[in-house]
Design a binder for this molecule. Structure first.
Ligand code: GLA
Length: 702
């Protein structure tokens, strides 16, 4: 039983961790402990604030300036009374009262879920805090439901998913992912000091700029060792994460929907459910933190978690919008001969799409490019033994399109403001059910009429003029209702076409999160396909997401300084794809590509389904090592990349991980089997020239 309840306190235990909170003598719901699982229930601390009050008369004197709510680390603070820490919930009642005092009502245990019912002392507003224990993954999932049982609406001004507390008094470092278009997922690290560090998106999608993930350590954790508290938000729209160190050295992370420009009118008898935040703790560094998330995503989040993803070809970087039946068929022939399994046609195939000025919204084949529809091309691709996939960008419309001419009011806009275009396109208001229905209908027709098994769903701009002129209620609900609309369209199509694999793309990695991964199995991680940049992008991405979700193409980018081998190796670290101009590749390149694709097919179960170990970091080391080990630890694969050699005399040694110490393993390129312990302790010496790379298989002796 992972949930232990005792006198209004709760211990949530996973395999190796525990999370403890209870009702404080003041009636506040107080956090007590989050860390390693301890031997006995009595080992966990009681109310932290009591210890402080007894031991520090100084603190007592502070009380007029710092109410108890400021001192007690609360599970879901509301900013009531003299409480100034980051709140999770901020409301305004119909009578103008903006003070919310939640009191504990009752708890419901429905293992592995715990529900804590809180209610305002006077107003009929309830908050149900949900805690779901994911025992095997060492993770806790939290979300909140706000219920209005009154007869007047209540305005929600902030409604977060959770506040996660770290042990009081520690000095912590925040690790997070920052970037921009074509440079996503750059790992950043900084000390947390008194005050609030905010990371967020105001762009209506998750964004290229920050990802809703945190990893917090005591400043000394590495890939292998050290306490790490980590978490994510499963949401694909505006989000916010506030890492706060109070003036009493209490560190916490509040995470949830962004309250910037947010307002939600909670009508009588209605409830509001926040997205989930999923978090965990490990003593084994950032590597273990990532592996917990990877397993969780593969086993519980993505639709086809145990599927092995196919090697795809996509001509976007070569042809841009210039796609047509015959030229695509030519690519298909070369791709099939190389061993490609999935042929994806990118942008340019639909009505009026000659460039990026026109067409978005009109999701039927362009009659000039495909006079007989997509059927003949798909048949050809299928005859060649490949599956067929297609690119769409459903949320967008070009002013030059049939759809926009018919429904100019379907876009997000303010009537008195000009409509800012991004890439000559506007965003359809997916908060509107009729827009959702239009998209469901059009995409459903495509999927029903043709043998399409893969869809790349793109989203190529950020929001502007966030207006919803004919909103039935509060127009600022747009931010949330838009994302719910995207989810509804995606979910309906997924239900109708369960065999289709979806990829989430937003000009690269602008929409990668555990919300969208409930529908999409993969992410197009970046439009930057230069392998040297890509290794850093992939390294950051791997903090959160497993290799099975990481689509990576070999293209012609970087060919002037990187051998084909390097370009293949870097893409083989995820789901391999090819996006190069095959018509210009010579026989030698095609033959080499064939070999790498064949090797990838052999090792992909280890890469896509195994455990990842980062052996050298693209952010700090002169060489990068990435290793995957099968779940049964019988086989593995090791990649190494040298980016720039500062000291040619220094040996490059990689220390493999994840092997069984007393089992004998052979590593390709080295004669003789040695124990896992020997490989892990004495390492593997790698000889590489500048911009060189290698892949080595690892197998255990039968
Ligand atoms: C985005 C994607 C690219 C490609 C283009 C097509 O930029 O990230 O991979 O699909 O759109 O317009």
């Amino acid at each position: 039983m992972p949930i232990h309840a005792c006198e209004n306190s709760w211990i949530l235990e996973t395999q190796h961790t525990a999370y403890v909170f209870g009702v404080h003598t003041t009636g506040l719901l107080a956090h007590r402990y989050w860390g390693a699982k301890l031997p006995y229930p009595g080992d966990y601390p009681g109310d932290l604030i009591e210890d402080r009050l007894v031991t520090s008369s100084y603190v007592l004197k502070e009380i007029p300036f710092n109410g108890l709510g400021n001192l007690v680390p609360q599970e879901y603070p509301t900013g009531a009374g003299t409480e100034y820490v980051e709140p999770c919930l901020k409301v305004s009642f119909a009578d103008g009262v903006r003070d919310l005092r939640l009191k504990f009502e009752r708890a419901e245990v429905a293992d592995p879920e715990l529900r804590i019912h809180l209610r305002d002392a006077t107003y009929p507003l309830s908050v149900i805090l949900h805690y779901r224990v994911w025992e095997a993954f060492d993770l806790i999932e939290r979300w909140a439901v706000i219920e209005n049982a009154g007869d007047a609406p209540v305005a929600l001004e902030r409604v977060l998913s959770a506040q996660w507390h770290l042990p009081i008094g520690g000095h912590y470092h925040l690790n997070h992912l920052n970037g921009r278009w074509a440079n996503e997922f750059q790992l950043r690290r900084e000390p947390l000091v008194q005050g609030v560090k905010v990371l967020e998106s105001r762009r209506i999608t998750t964004s290229h700029h920050h990802n809703p993930w945190f990893g917090i350590d005591r400043g000394s954790a590495d890939e292998e060792r050290g306490d790490v508290w980590f978490g994510v938000l499963a949401w694909s729209g505006n989000w916010k994460m506030a890492a706060e160190v109070t003036d009493f050295s209490s560190t916490r992370v509040s995470i949830g929907l962004n309250d910037w420009d947010f307002r939600w009118s909670l009508e009588p008898e209605q409830s509001f459910t926040t997205p989930s935040s999923i978090a965990g703790y490990t003593e084994q560094g950032f590597g273990a933190a990532s592996r917990h998330l990877h397993d969780f995503i593969r086993e519980t989040v993505v639709p086809h978690g145990d599927a092995l993803h196919k090697v795809l070809f996509n001509s976007w970087e070569t042809t841009l919008f210039d796609v047509a039946e015959s030229s695509q068929a030519q690519f298909a022939e070369i791709a099939a001969a190389m061993g490609i399994e999935l042929f994806v046609m990118d942008d340019g195939w639909f009505h009026g799409r000659k460039d990026d000025y026109a067409g978005l919204g009109d999701w039927w084949p362009d009659a000039a490019k495909f006079p007989n529809g997509l059927g003949p091309l798909i048949e050809r691709v299928n005859q060649l033994g490949m599956d067929f996939g297609l690119w769409i960008e459903p949320e967008m419309v070009n002013p030059d399109s049939e759809l926009y001419r018919q429904h100019p009011d379907w876009v997000i806009h303010f009537p008195t403001r000009s409509r800012t275009e991004g890439r000559h396109q506007l965003i359809l208001n997916l908060a509107k059910p009729d827009v959702q229905d239009y998209l469901i209908e059009k995409i459903d027709i495509l999927l029903s009429e043709s043998n399409i098994t893969f869809i790349k769903w793109d989203m190529n701009r950020n929001v502007s003029e966030p207006g919803w002129p004919d909103a039935p209620g509060e127009p600022r609900e747009l931010w949330v209702r838009y994302v719910q609309g995207v989810y509804r369209v995606w979910e309906t199509l997924r239900q109708r076409h369960p065999h289709v694999t979806w990829q989430s793309c937003s000009g690269g990695g602008g929409r990668a999160d555990l919300g969208i991964l409930r529908f999409a199995d993969q992410v197009w991680v970046s439009d930057n396909t230069i392998p040297t940049s890509r290794l850093a992008i992939q390294g950051g991405f791997s903090q959160v997401f497993p290799a099975s979700t990481m689509e990576a193409w070999v293209t012609d980018m970087g060919e002037e300084f990187l051998p084909l081998e390097f370009r293949f190796h870097s893409s083989m670290c995820g789901v391999l794809g090819v996006g190069a101009n095959l018509r210009q590749w010579g026989e030698k390149e095609i033959a080499e590509a064939k070999t790498w694709i064949a090797l990838y097919k052999e090792i992909r179960p280890i890469i896509q389904q195994g455990d990842l170990y980062r052996l050298g970091s693209p952010f700090t080391d002169e060489f990068i090592g990435v290793q995957y080990v099968s779940k049964d630890q019988t086989s593995g694969v090791l990649f190494a990349f040298l980016l720039h050699r500062l000291d040619p005399a220094a040996p490059l040694i990689l220390y493999p991980r994840g092997l069984v110490p007393d089992r004998l393993y052979t590593i390709e390129g080295y004669s003789g089997a040695r124990s896992g312990a020997a490989w892990m302790k004495t390492g593997v010496v790698v000889q590489l020239p500048n911009f060189g790379s290698t892949v080595r298989r690892i197998w255990s002796e039968k």
